[in-house]
Write a protein that binds this ligand. Structure first.
Ligand SMILES: Nc1ncnc2c1ncn2[C@@H]1O[C@H](COP(=O)(O)OP(=O)(O)OP(=O)(O)O)[C@@H](O)[C@H]1O
Ligand SMILES: [Mg+2]
Length: 286
């Protein structure tokens, strides 16, 4: 069996104060799938994700990663396989400098110093945060902490990426950069998010949680076309699919949408590629 798969069977969890956060959740994730986990505040998304790398243990049911059950004894191998970006970056960053935080995981994998340094530079470059390398993480802005937290996971090169609100608090360019990065991965990806446009763009399948129960596990287009499901789960359509607030015109259903017309910049690039204009090749990214 591929070690990039996830199997969750009848998973239930309650916090020590008795709050029942998950109730009988079951689903399977195949190698290379990108899955969104959506739901209102308190629906159980973070609690579910924290079971995927053994931060929490079920009171009932099981989680398997690539056929290996998540137990105390398997945690070292599970943590190498499943890279988790926590909802709160402060849970992820604890070293004196960004470079040490990003290098912490690779160092613990036993890589030599030059291998660790290479992983740190590559991971920070991928999230455009090389300039933050020598800064103390606790002095960074919220968005800077978020991208550094993502870099700490990328540096581990895990087979499965689990991300809890990866775009929360990011400015539009940083959000777009993280989205392209996620889109470029062939890893199995599980992304809990309130950024429904991200889910619509990157994830072929969506799990909907409500009150700790899995109320839908369907293709993302179907989920966002199902207004009754969205309302019952305390959600709305992604902004990109909502009616125009001025004229009320409805956007077409996701499942019936024609492919978007090419962006003018892409057409310019095509022209450049055909040798029609050197200047636009250096135009700044929008
Ligand atoms: N440490 C804790 N102790 C007790 N209850 C908790 C704890 N953490 C979370 N909960 C409760 O568990 C339920 C699920 O919380 P969880 O954080 O998983 O929701 P979520 O879907 O991630 O929400 P959000 O969208 O706000 O991040 C909520 O009712 C929450 O109040
Ligand atoms: Mg959460």
């Amino acid at each position: 069996m591929s070690h990039h798969t996830i199997s969750v069977v009848d998973l239930s969890f309650a916090y020590p104060d008795g709050t029942r956060a998950l109730d009988g959740v079951s689903f399977e994730v195949g190698h290379g799938e990108a899955i969104a986990v959506i739901g209102a505040n308190g629906a159980g998304k973070s609690t579910l994700l924290m079971h995927l790398n053994g931060v929490l243990s079920p009171i009932q049911g099981s989680v398997d990663i690539g056929g290996t059950p998540v137990t105390k004894g398997t945690l070292p191998v599970i943590r190498r396989t499943v890279g988790m970006v926590f909802q709160d970056p402060d849970d992820q960053l604890f070293m004196p400098t960004v470079a040490e935080d990003v290098g912490f995981g690779p160092l613990n994998l036993g890589l030599p110093p030059e291998g660790v340094a290479r992983r740190v530079d590559e991971a920070l470059a991928r999230v455009a945060a090389a300039r933050l390398k020598d800064r103390p993480p606790y002095h960074l802005s919220g968005g800077e902490k978020r991208v550094v937290a993502i870099a700490t996971v990328l540096a581990m090169e895990p087979a499965i990426l689990v991300m809890d609100e990866p775009t929360s608090g990011l400015d539009p360019r940083a959000r777009r950069r993280v989205m392209s990065l996620l889109g470029s991965f062939e890893h199995t990806r599980i992304i809990a998010t309130h950024d429904l446009d991200l889910a619509a763009e990157l994830c072929e399948r969506t799990l909907v949680l409500a009150g700790g129960r899995l109320v839908a596990d369907r293709p993302t287009g179907e989920v966002f076309d199902d207004d009754a499901l969205l309302v019952a789960s305390g959600l709305e359509r992604p902004l990109g699919m909502q009616a125009c607030p001025v004229c009320g015109a409805q956007k077409p259903a996701m499942s019936s949408r024609a492919p978007a017309p090419a962006h003018p910049r892409d057409r310019l690039r095509a022209d450049v590629g055909a040798g029609l204009g050197e200047a636009v090749a250096d135009a700044p990214e929008q």
